[in-house]
Design a protein around this ligand. Structure first.
Ligand SMILES: Nc1ncnc2c1ncn2[C@@H]1O[C@H](COP(=O)(O)OP(=O)(O)OP(=O)(O)O)[C@@H](O)[C@H]1O
Length: 373
């Protein structure tokens, strides 16, 4: 079902029952429904091979659909196999490798889309004004006469973004735009690109397999698995209230424990905490940062440190909790204060999420690894 717009603006992208497949094969996308509000940045996140690129390429008009509809700014661009040509969809595409024209200057690259027939009449002066405005927006005002090979990877991506935004598209599609960049550059650039998109007011769909990127940049996430969307929501909501254990594990490290609900409270090896869940057996999703590691004389669940993983900004502990033998992950800022074999007490119960037992997968007391590729 297409949901009604959440914000004041109308829906910029509406996808209904979209089915896409390669010839002679089972569908890759099997009935996608999604709506994106005007000015929103939505991240489509999912493991390798789930169909993210297929989805983006279908929106861009580079792949045909078997069934379903796509509307961009209220205009039907896909209606089953009938489709509006890519150049008439008012879409800006930012590919993974920037794909700039090597023999054109930065300014000429940015101005490329401004000469198209579907663009409103722009005088030469207006075109130059728009190019300057876009270069300013992406912080490259002084780079107009450079060529792509004279830029860093991050600068090339910013030119690609300026080129995509210049014709004022109805929708910007970003396909793993930071995939080719090293980790240090990604951190700065993703914050910058998020700001640029917000400043431009563009509606954008970002495809990524990187949970941190999706959680930090997007206003909403659509999590894909095996060609379908399993959950859509704001990053905080998805992280703290995943609909099942797979979603919980995909969005970040967690431990899933067995528990019992009496309707108002839930009990587990970590103690009792208030939570309104149907009475009976439940599964408890515990994020490592929700657990405090205390010296053993403190109240809490008794455990023994099994492993210590120093990660620079934080330390991740694996603690085996007596008497069940469940392993619980705990993350604390900074340097490790405990060593392997130390007896500790585990505190904390705030913010745990509880799932009905029936929706669970995996074994109790096993840390769920974030899944990437
Ligand atoms: N040209 C093609 N012919 C047949 N199958 C294809 C083709 N392109 C992709 N596929 C298949 O479609 C599925 C989805 O691929 P897609 O590239 O959309 O996944 P993805 O989520 O973007 O993955 P990644 O994160 O690795 O890029 C995969 O199983 C893939 O093997």
């Amino acid at each position: 079902m297409i949901r009604p717009p959440v914000g004041p603006g109308p829906i910029a992208l509406a996808v209904r029952g979209l089915v896409v497949g390669h010839p002679g094969a089972a569908p890759v996308l099997d009935g996608i429904d999604l709506a994106v509000d005007q000015g929103e940045l939505l991240a489509v996140l999912g493991p390798s091979g789930c169909g993210k690129t297929t989805f983006l390429r279908t929106l861009a008009g580079l792949l045909a659909a078997r069934a379903g509809q796509v509307e961009i700014d209220g205009r039907l661009v896909v209606d089953g196999p009938r489709a509006v040509a890519p150049e008439h969809r008012r879409i800006g595409l930012v590919p993974q490798d920037a794909a700039l024209f090597p023999h054109r200057t930065v300014a000429a690259n940015v101005g490329f889309g401004l000469r198209r027939r579907d663009q409103p009449d722009r005088s030469r002066q207006a075109r130059h004004g728009r190019i300057a405005e876009m270069l300013d927006l992406v912080g490259l005002a002084d780079f107009a006469v450079r060529y792509p090979h004279e830029l860093s990877g991050g600068q090339r991506q910013r030119v690609a973004l300026a080129r995509a935004l210049a014709p004022e598209p109805s929708l910007v599609l970003l396909d793993e735009p930071f995939g080719a960049l090293d980790a240090a550059l990604r951190v700065g650039l993703k914050a910058e690109v998020g700001q640029i998109l917000r400043a431009s007011g563009a509606t954008a769909v970002l495809v990524t397999h990187d949970q941190d990127e999706a959680l930090s940049m997007a206003q909403r996430l659509a999590l894909m698995r095996d060609g379908g969307i399993v959950q859509v929501g704001a990053p905080q909501e998805m992280y703290s209230r995943p609909r099942d254990e797979w979603v919980a594990g995909f969005l970040g490290e967690c431990t899933v424990l067995d528990g019992d609900s009496d309707g108002k409270r839930v009990s587990s090896v970590l103690g009792v905490f208030p939570f309104a869940a149907a009475p009976g057996p439940v599964r408890i999703v515990v994020r490592p940062e929700q657990i405090r590691i205390l010296d053993p004389e403190n109240p809490g669940a008794a455990g023994i440190v099994q492993d210590v993983e120093y990660r620079g900004h934080s330390t991740l502990y694996r603690v085996v909790v007596a008497p069940t033998g469940s392993t619980v992950l705990a993350r604390v800022p900074g340097l490790p204060g405990h060593r392997i074999g130390d007896r500790v007490s585990l505190g904390g119960a705030a913010g745990f999420h509880v799932l009905p037992k029936a929706e669970s997968q995996g074994r109790a007391g096993e840390p769920v690894k974030p899944q990437t590729d």
